[in-house]
Ligand binder design. Structure first.
Ligand code: PMP
Length: 312
């Protein structure tokens, strides 16, 4: 009915078109201005809502996921939440394999959406008991099981090429000097870079990387920042599109997440803290009439018992 035309069909119709907000206090005096793209405005609370429907449609169209089937995925949380939400809307069962460093808040949210959760020890990918390897085997052993494969399916970066990248371009009028993102699967940074560089090849795309991840050139060791940093290069990351990677320590990222809440009123996660640390460094290299956009992948509500229970 025409008079109810603005009411959306399901929550999946309100994914994307997230706002960008200037940082007012956490800035770099004399340097470029910094705006944060707040992905917590998505209905599932993170940037991963953008890839959930794309992964499901890809699996359904290729015949890997049948009606009434079971979605299985390896996730540090947010992809699981996004898939669990979409599974609830579309009528699929869902099971998620998560590393034990994942916050209890995220496990609770998965269960709230009706998903099953298997928590496993956080192991490198070369280990057969790594969460991705366990999830793949679980999907094979389950009748109707389908491994969603966010680390290999090109539907992941493509979702960001089709939405996140164009939104940044549109909301800045193309006047953006640098974009900061992280890489878990690399879908976000790859899709954004592919789109923005197709519009203007001079836009810099810079990766914020947890210390301990190999992307910024160091050797692997475990770190506490959730959702990004890698011990290998996933198929969904086109490393050639990233101009450079800057490492950030857990402590610096978490301290920045706390500052964002207290000084900007922006309650975001640890990966957002890392993006902003890098955004400050990059802003220093640019002038005050330029813009740095940093992606804020999720909400601090996921980390009340960790990042926000520490008092410094
Ligand atoms: N930060 C957080 C909190 C995340 O959940 C993710 C997704 N894994 C990322 C950053 C990185 O996004 P991507 O997988 O698209 O590289």
């Amino acid at each position: 009915m025409e008079r109810w035309a603005r009411i959306k069909t399901t929550v999946l119709d309100v994914v994307g078109d997230t706002p960008m907000v200037w940082l007012q206090r956490v800035g770099t005096p004399g340097g470029a201005r910094i705006a944060l793209k707040l992905e917590s405005f998505n209905p599932g609370g993170s940037i991963k809502d953008r890839i959930a429907l794309a992964l499901i449609q890809d699996a359904a169209h290729s015949g890997r996921l049948l009606p009434g089937g079971t979605i299985v995925e390896a996730t540090a949380g947010n992809t699981g939440i996004a898939l669990a939400m979409a599974a609830a809307v579309l009528g699929y069962r869902s099971i998620f394999v998560v590393p034990d460093k994942m916050s209890p808040e995220k496990v609770g949210i998965l269960k709230a959406y009706g998903a099953e959760v298997r928590v496993v020890a956080d192991k490198p990918r070369s280990d057969p008991d790594n969460y991705q390897n366990i999830a793949r085997k679980l999907a094979q052993s389950l009748p109707g099981g389908c491994y969603m494969g966010q680390f290999e399916r090109q539907a992941n970066p493509e979702a960001h090429f089709l939405s996140t990248g164009p939104e940044i371009w549109k909301d800045t009028g193309g006047n953006v000097a640098a974009v900061i993102a992280g890489a878990g699967t690399g879908g976000t940074i790859t899709g954004i870079a592919r789109y923005l560089k197709s519009q203007d090849a001079t836009i810099q795309v810079i990766g914020a990387d947890p210390e301990g991840s190999i992307l910024s050139g160091g050797s692997y060791h475990p770190f506490k920042i959730e959702g990004m940093g890698e011990d290998y290069i996933p198929e969904t990351l086109d490393i050639g599109l990233v101009d450079r990677w800057i490492p950030v320590s857990d402590d610096d990222a978490f301290a920045m997440a706390r500052r964002l809440a207290r000084e900007e009123g922006i309650l975001a996660g640890g990966s957002t803290g890392a993006m902003v640390v890098v955004a400050q460094m990059v802003a220093q290299e640019l002038s005050s009439d330029q813009l740095v956009v940093a992606v804020a992948p999720d909400t601090g509500r996921n980390y009340l018992n960790s990042i926000f229970s520490e008092t410094p």
